[in-house]
Design a binder for this molecule. Structure first.
Ligand code: AHG
Ligand code: MN
Ligand code: MN
Length: 334
């Protein structure tokens, strides 16, 4: 396969013209994310050395204050995007409010906004299990030349112009889409270059993996309980197997390669669900659909939900098309 040697940098340049408002800005934006991801990757890889280098809240041997990795990742992404003056606004899971970036000469003339979950699966850091970063990109809807407003951030997911994630796993990968399918790039840490390792990724239509925190079972809606029982039933193609890492990015990535469904339903404890629509569900739903998968809140397409607040939560069912459709049918029946 000739294009397996292609680097992410080459790929971005080659595909720039596919993008309908091609001015190079989106390419530069993805380039910045690629760069920030390398910096975060370097720090994530050192996480196991905290006992030697100092834990969060302490001062390390170099006299630097140690930060929690999710705060560190947040700072790296925000600084990289701000310094390069390529976005007009950022919203992050780690920030209460969105950030306005006036850019060159305070002109507010950049077109894109970014929403980000800088470190996803953060509870897995201390135990050497994969974590990730999730990003989502929109074109602003308020006029250029004025500061961004909340309306720019509360667009439905179907307005995304690009989205993706980075998985800091056994290898570090960046997987993203600009609306023309999904491509995955693997970092060669020796030379700091990402190579196109997974061209045109396809979510299998069916699968045999279900991923859900079954510790919450008693709190699930009846439809989810019924669907889980269906997955566990002895039939020709079942029982399915259960796999749950507790890092959305890693669970999603595995399911996209092998075929499966990820579920984080509403529970009696969290009636709106746990995952965040803007930072987690919309970008993952976009990647799922761009690769032939499906994403729903149990009843409605995730990408058609009109957000009402930045940190909104939503139940999430995402993965192989036929599995998500089946889960929805159980929700409807219950
Ligand atoms: P984050 O680390 O960004 O707060 O996200 C954690 C999310 C998601 O990655 C994961 O799938 C889910 O929370 C796990 O939740 P439970 O521990 O409740 O299963
Ligand atoms: Mn997260
Ligand atoms: Mn997070």
């Amino acid at each position: 396969m000739a294009n397996k040697n292609k680097t992410l940098g080459e790929f971005i340049i080659e595909n720039q013209t596919e993008f309908k408002y091609s001015s190079g800005e989106l390419s530069r934006l993805i380039n910045s994310i690629r760069l920030a991801a390398k910096v975060v990757n370097h720090e994530v890889n050192k996480a196991g050395l905290v006992d030697i280098l100092g834990t969060a809240g302490e001062t390390n041997v170099q006299g630097e204050d140690q930060q929690k990795l999710d705060i560190y990742a947040n700072d790296v992404f925000i600084k990289t995007l701000t310094n390069r003056e390529i976005v007009c606004g950022i919203a992050s899971e780690e920030e209460d409010d969105f950030i306005t970036i006036a850019g060159r000469n305070e002109k507010n003339d950049n077109k894109y906004i970014v929403l980000i979950d800088p470190l996803d699966g953060s509870s897995n850091i201390d135990v050497n299990v994969s974590v990730g970063t999730i990003f989502s990109i929109y074109r602003r809807i308020t006029p250029e030349g004025t500061p961004v407003t909340i309306d720019d951030f509360l667009q439905p997911g179907n307005k995304q112009v690009a989205a993706g994630y980075i998985v800091y796993g056994t290898s570090t990968m960046i997987v993203y889409s600009t609306g023309h399918g999904v491509n995955g790039f693997t970092l060669n840490p020796a030379i700091g270059t990402y190579y196109l390792s997974h061209p045109n990724m396809q979510f299998p239509e069916d699968g045999t993996i279900y991923s859900v925190n079954e510790g919450n079972y008693v709190h699930f809606p009846q439809g989810v309980k019924d669907y889980i029982k269906y997955c566990q039933k002895e039939e020709e193609d079942r029982p399915y197997t259960s796999r749950y890492i507790g890092s959305l990015v890693s669970d999603f990535h595995r399911n996209m390669i092998k075929g499966g469904i990820y579920m984080y339903p509403n529970t009696s404890k969290d009636p709106k669900g746990k995952l965040r629509l803007l930072y987690e569900c919309n970008p993952m739903a976009y990647i799922a659909e761009q690769s032939g998968g499906k994403a729903s809140d149990g009843f409605t397409r995730i990408l058609d939900i009109k957000p009402t607040e930045l940190h909104q939560r939503v139940p999430f069912f995402c993965g192989s098309k036929n599995m998500v459709a089946k889960a929805e049918s159980f929700m409807k029946k219950a």
